[in-house]
Design a protein around this ligand. Structure first.
Ligand code: ATP
Length: 144
């Protein structure tokens, strides 16, 4: 699962979650292809990511044109359109991309992604809520 030096990552959906993830990886020297339908987002990340393209990632031909089937790692960071998230994830699984990560906005969304075969489903709000509880307990411990 861990990234090798020559691995590339495709990040689909560059909202708050996808953008933070893509930029963090790029800053760590990882080759990152970002895909988003929003022209302003794509413009703002030009030069930050290795490659950033404005495209609808639910379309098979778009994904093939961008060589997405050749990537070893992919992240689906589309949230509010569950349909788009599921469509993109199912293409990635059909392409047999080895490591697929996807964000879920709620439990039913996450269940569907898991059932499809997505190995890594993350729930940003729930995960961060739990993490914050641990941080809070740690900082409480500092005062005891
Ligand atoms: P976040 O919480 O990370 O900001 P979100 O859960 O609100 O995101 P969305 O706004 O639905 O999720 O999607 C995140 C990004 O994915 C947006 O920048 C949006 O333009 C992009 N996106 C949505 N559908 C597609 C698609 N079919 N192809 C490519 N990008 C898409």
């Amino acid at each position: 699962v861990a990234l090798d030096a020559d691995d590339s990552v495709v990040v689909i959906g560059l909202g708050r979650f996808g953008q933070a993830l893509a930029v963090e990886l790029a800053n760590a020297g990882v080759d990152v292809l970002g895909i988003d339908t929003d022209e302003d987002i794509v413009q703002s990340l030009g030069g930050v990511l290795t490659n950033v393209v404005r495209a609808d990632a639910t379309k098979e031909e778009v994904l093939r044109q961008l060589s997405v089937p050749d990537f070893s790692h992919a992240v689906v960071a589309i949230g509010s359109s569950v349909e788009a998230s599921i469509l993109v994830s199912s293409w990635l699984l059909r392409f047999e991309v080895e490591n697929v990560w996807a964000k879920a906005i709620n439990d039913p969304h996450g269940q569907i992604l898991t059932q499809l075969g997505v190995q890594h489903v993350v729930y940003p709000e729930a995960d961060m809520g739990r993490r914050t509880a641990h941080l809070l307990r740690g900082s409480l411990a500092d005062y005891q």
